[in-house]
Design a binder for this molecule. Sequence first.
Ligand SMILES: NC(=O)c1ccc[n+]([C@@H]2O[C@H](COP(=O)([O-])OP(=O)(O)OC[C@H]3O[C@@H](n4cnc5c(N)ncnc54)[C@H](OP(=O)(O)O)[C@@H]3O)[C@@H](O)[C@H]2O)c1
Length: 270
Amino acid sequence: MRTIKLYDGTPLPVMGLGTWAMGGRSNPDPSQDKRALEAIKAALEIGYTHIDTAEMYANGHTEELVGQTIRGVERSKLFITTKVRPPNLSYQRTLASIDGSLQRLGLDTIDLFLIHWRDSTPLAETFRALNEAVQAGKIRYLGVSNFDVDEMKESQELSETPIVTNQVPYSLTTRSYVQNGVIPYCQENEIVVTAYSPVEEGRLHVQQVLEEIAAVHDATPYQIALAWLVQQPWVITIPMSHNPTHLQQNWDAAEITLTSEEMARLEALG
Ligand SMILES: NC(=O)c1ccc[n+]([C@@H]2O[C@H](COP(=O)([O-])OP(=O)(O)OC[C@H]3O[C@@H](n4cnc5c(N)ncnc54)[C@H](OP(=O)(O)O)[C@@H]3O)[C@@H](O)[C@H]2O)c1
């Protein structure tokens, strides 16, 4: 698997696993647990090491399912991202949120911790807690999500360690974070763009161009949509799937090499 190196040389694989809707959406749905556990286990067997989750997903239950699946897996083979949600961005609540995530994941350290999205809490307050948690060894790297360029710059000033990613919606047809300057800003400043909803939550619009390119590579249109993302500098992605075939296809998509002409044709779909 291709990787992007963080500022200290740590390799981050370009293909990770998303977990939104695993084990429930806003609330836990235990009827979905078996399916979610099997999917995460299948992903680990395929070779996925980066798992993206959040305290918001199924109100903490998704983190519990991730924790259950990774128990016993060699820690160095995992890179776990989770996120604090508003309204937990105050100093005290952020600290409590970090401890809650650690406990549900069954970890001593979260690899990457993100502010899920902003509310009216001053960023300085949240970063006071985040910096402390990094100092205490509870978090390795800090990042943000759904932040615009000004919010990113403020975060970079407030964070005592480099902001390693901004996790934003990005796909063949969703280009709002290119238009608002965030993706170019990340690429110019060596910050990882983590593309979420990379296959439009399973509703990828399959146009003829996509079908033609997929046929050339003996791949599916979904694989080409992912390959187009991760072939761009500083871009990684985290598609979610419960389906073992899709999990394997998404993993393999990172190995597809698109020509510059194909990249340009796909770029034009936006
Ligand atoms: N930071 C944020 O605010 C934020 C917001 C949204 C998402 N996220 C993160 O990003 C992850 C990915 O985004 P997402 O879950 O919204 O959407 P997504 O990954 O674009 O789409 C997931 C859907 O696509 C289907 N799918 C996946 N791979 C496929 C393939 N190869 N062929 C056909 N269908 C495929 C899945 O169905 P099957 O199960 O049938 O494969 C699933 O229904 C989330 O899980 C979450 O971790 C973050």
